[in-house]
Design a protein around this ligand. Structure first.
Ligand code: PLP
Length: 399
């Protein structure tokens, strides 16, 4: 008999499964609001001009494709630290940060999780309720027990901050707390700077370990303002982890470009941590691929390309904002008996619409509009060609 006889069919990934259903739908007017990908107003994933210019230069230079160091290219890792902690960071100067070029934000989370498991396999991991669905799966796959801390309040459509703080205060010392730096996925509800400062204090008081996920830097207010949480952690003197990603901000999804940054108490600790995380990487994928990281590093370190990228990123951010306000207006104009103005207050790519499972199902069945069953929609999949259709459909299903 087959060695796979006992292997059961795994459940479909909820979001990728949605994509398959969307692909199979033959309706011309269908719209996919499920995935977390930025599309331009023509419904295309953009190839940023700054990326194209860097790629053309690299093609011309035709560099050899030797192995990278296990931690990736130094130029890339330095550039990542500059984005996370600012161009002049005391923490970076002091040698307190080690950065690994990783396979997207997901790869960074996994390497960090595997390393943490080697340090303390009994530690509890807490993710926000709700969170990006892969957070739980990923930390469980690393071996951890994963729980949640309170986060979203469906009544106010914001963060239930007192409950969140209480949840963190109740955690045991050594608990790993996964935090979304900005553009919370799936709710779009973020903390402000004052609240972040309080979170930092609770993390310190309770001896918790912050693991900050930064997948959308530049998608809320801009590169610098979106790093407010990181800057507060940096100032705190605490040790912490950051998984960052260029999938969205450089529109380089398939190239798998991200980074794991670990901040330690001093340079000597950093050297020991570096040596151990290298072992995690070495026994996993050995060293990161060259292309995506080289392109990002080239853009970030060239003044002209960097300016071009920042402008393009601002363009993506502004278009999403435009879609938010347009959606709210159009749903109201279509005669919905429910106010959607909260959508303009949410940040990042997503909106937690509050649509029920049944309403989401009706959008799919009756209109060919695909959303996550939680009611999460991706605003960046809306464009001038489909927004009226979507707004009308939403107005219909909430009537
Ligand atoms: N973290 C969050 C909160 C995300 O939403 C995503 C992507 O959707 C990621 C991490 C992972 O991004 P990447 O595609 O770079 O692995």
């Amino acid at each position: 008999s087959s060695i796979f006889a006992a292997v059961e069919m795994a459940p479909r990934d909820p979001i990728l499964g949605l994509n398959e259903a969307f692909q199979a739908d033959t309706r011309a007017e269908k719209v996919n609001l499920g995935v977390g990908v930025y599309y331009d107003d023509n419904g295309k994933i953009p190839l940023l001009a700054a990326v194209r210019a860097a790629e053309e230069a690299r093609l011309q230079a035709a560099p050899p494709r030797g192995y990278q160091p296990i931690e990736g290219a130094q130029m890339y890792n330095k550039a990542v630290q500059g984005l996370l902690f600012g161009p002049q960071s005391a923490l970076v100067e002091a040698g307190r940060a080690v950065t690994f070029e990783a396979l997207g934000g997901t790869g960074a989370l996994k390497v960090g999780a595997d390393f943490l498991f080697r340090i303390d396999p009994k530690a509890q991991v807490l993710i926000s309720n709700p969170s990006w669905e892969n957070h739980r799966a990923l930390f469980e796959a690393a071996g951890f027990d994963v729980g949640t801390y309170p986060y979203y309040d469906a009544q106010t459509r914001g963060v239930d901050f007192p409950a969140m703080l209480d949840g963190l205060r109740a955690a045991d010392a050594g608990t790993i707390v996964v935090l979304h730096a900005c553009c919370h996925n799936p709710t779009g509800a973020d903390l402000d700077a004052t609240q972040w400062a309080q979170v930092v204090e609770v993390i310190r008081e309770r001896g918790l370990v912050a693991f900050i996920d930064m997948a959308y830097q530049g998608f809320a207010d801009g590169i610098e303002p979106d790093a407010v949480a990181l800057r507060l952690f940096a100032e705190s003197g605490l040790e912490f982890f950051v998984a960052s990603s260029f999938s969205k901000s450089f529109s380089l999804y398939g190239e798998r470009v991200g980074a794991l940054t670990i901040v330690t108490e001093n340079k000597e600790t950093s050297a020991r941590v570096l040596s151990q995380v290298k072992r995690v990487v070495r026994t996993n994928y050995s060293n990161p691929p060259t292309h995506g990281g080289a392109i990002v590093a080239a853009v970030l370190t060239d003044a002209g390309l960097r300016k071009q990228w920042e402008d393009e990123l601002a363009g993506m951010r502004d278009r999403i904002r435009l879609m938010r306000s347009a959606l709210v207006e159009k749903i109201a104009a279509a005669g919905a008996n429910q106010d959607f103005s909260f959508v303009v207050r949410q940040r990042g790519m997503f909106s937690f619409t509050g649509l029920s499972v049944d309403q989401v199902e009706r959008l799919k069945q009756e209109f060919g509009i695909y959303a996550v069953s939680s009611g999460r929609i991706c605003l960046a999949a809306l464009n001038s060609g489909n927004i009226d259709y979507v707004a009308n459909a939403i107005a219909q299903v909430v009537k």
